[in-house]
Design a protein. Sequence first.
Length: 155
Amino acid sequence: MNASAYELLSAMARYWFIGLALFILFRMILSVTREIRIERAVSDEIGEMGTGVSATLILMSDEDRKLKKGKMYVIEGETTIGHARKCDIYLKSRSIKDVHCILSRGQEGLLVVPVGNAFVALNGVPVTKKALANDGAELQCGGLVFRLRLEENDG
């Protein structure tokens, strides 16, 4: 192997991590901008939903068996469910995405909107865009199953 080929390989080996770091940064930026677009679209769709405590989710089952069965989660206004700490309902489960779905109370029931390609089912039927849940409905987010309890909505 001649000296110029060795120098070229040496330079490539020294600086390959810069290219890799730039690639990872680029992918992260794309991912974050996609999530922001999705959150804005969902917020626009939910629009003028009510605020205040209007519903609770009761954990019925957990495939990981890490969360306490029967635990109640309060839904206030627009509520995000996910594995990210920024979510209103933070769930530490392998089957939950960072921002898994968004819930918001309307006059007819609870609007359920999955984020990205997160698996959400309502009464056993997969939700792809959005769905309306009523009192007593079964909501599945990944491997977690909840029972929905709606309170009377005054406005």
